[in-house]
Design a protein around this ligand. Structure first.
Ligand SMILES: Cc1ncc(C[n+]2csc(CCOP(=O)(O)OP(=O)(O)O)c2C)c(N)n1
Ligand code: SF4
Length: 275
């Protein structure tokens, strides 16, 4: 049977703003299938985004949604989670939103291990504003602010979350949508800071400038350069050059921030009442 996406969508907000060939719609569909599979009710989810093409996603879905300021999605989501710890809080963000202007929120939320699920769309560029360089633009690639080729080494976004203390870190591409769905499902189910970094093509602001072809060509390339993390462990740094390592990098259980906060509150109220 066909999956009924419509039951989760705000169809009155259509058509989507995404360009033909943009990968963002594949993430949207994978996310909805993951949520459906877990069986979450619409009111058990709050989706928070910043500003960007990817950050438009919550506008199209029928959950509790917050479209916030650029770079501040994780900060708003932290507030929602502390006020409503039982809520499944899902952050939708871009590489620019989360790791340029929002970089501090990103690393500190991972360090605190607060129970957020961050779906980070990595298209290596600022898509919405027309192709400025982002912290993940590869060296040598062109952007409107790097017309002769970028000279800044990119962040490893998953590595950053891992080093900062996240309890679940995974990477996928939109070329393998079913695997992406499974990773998103695991990330939502995980208690603690969970990151799914998704490589997604932006044929308009990135692909065209770098002569990477249409969306379908970029999609094919994502598939051809992906290497599962288990296989990558057997490969040399030279063999891994230009490859996208995918899979689960971290899946550990450790103290989660809102639970620790509740414990602290309990301890303080006990000592205040003298019991
Ligand atoms: C404080 C502030 N600075 C800059 C902007 C302009 N701005 C809007 S979206 C964006 C970049 C979006 O890039 P990314 O987060 O990678 O998302 P994408 O559009 O590629 O999905 C920028 C710089 C803004 N809206 N607010
Ligand atoms: S500019 Fe890029 S990221 Fe934005 S909708 Fe178009 S293809 Fe997608």
């Amino acid at each position: 049977m066909m999956f009924d996406y419509a039951k989760y969508l705000r169809l009155d907000k259509f058509p989507l703003i995404w360009c033909p060939g943009c990968g963002d719609g594949i993430v949207l569909k994978s996310l909805l299938r993951a949520i459906d599979h877990i069986g979450l009710k619409k009111d058990e989810i709050t989706m928070v985004s910043g500003i960007g093409c990817s950050s438009r996603l919550p506008g199209y879905v029928d959950f509790n949604t917050l479209h916030t300021t650029h770079g501040r999605a994780i900060a708003f989501a932290t507030g929602v989670k502390l006020a409503r710890p039982e809520m499944n809080v899902i952050v939708i963000t871009g590489d620019g939103d989360a790791t340029a202007i929002g970089g501090n929120h990103y690393i500190h939320a991972a360090r605190r291990n607060i129970d957020l699920t961050v779906i980070l769309f990595n298209n290596h560029i600022y898509g919405m504003t027309g192709g400025q360089v982002s912290p993940t633009t590869p060296v040598g690639k062109r952007a409107s602010t790097a017309p002769f080729g970028n000279i800044e080494p990119p962040f490893n976004i998953s590595g950053l979350a891992q080093a900062a203390g996240a309890s679940f870190v995974a990477r996928s591409t939109v070329q393998s949508a079913l695997r992406l769905e499974k990773l998103i499902e695991r990330a939502i189910r995980k208690k603690g800071f969970s990151l799914v970094e998704v490589y997604t093509p932006c044929p308009t602001a990135y692909g065209r400038r770098n002569r990477l072809g249409a969306g379908a060509d970029m999609l094919r390339e994502l598939g051809e350069s992906s290497v599962p993390v288990e296989k990558a462990a057997t490969m040399s740094p030279e063999e891994l050059e230009g490859k996208i390592v995918t899979g689960v990098f971290v899946d550990v259980d450790k103290p989660e921030y809102t639970q620790e906060y509740a414990r602290l509150q309990q301890r303080l109220s006990k000592s205040a009442s003298g019991s």
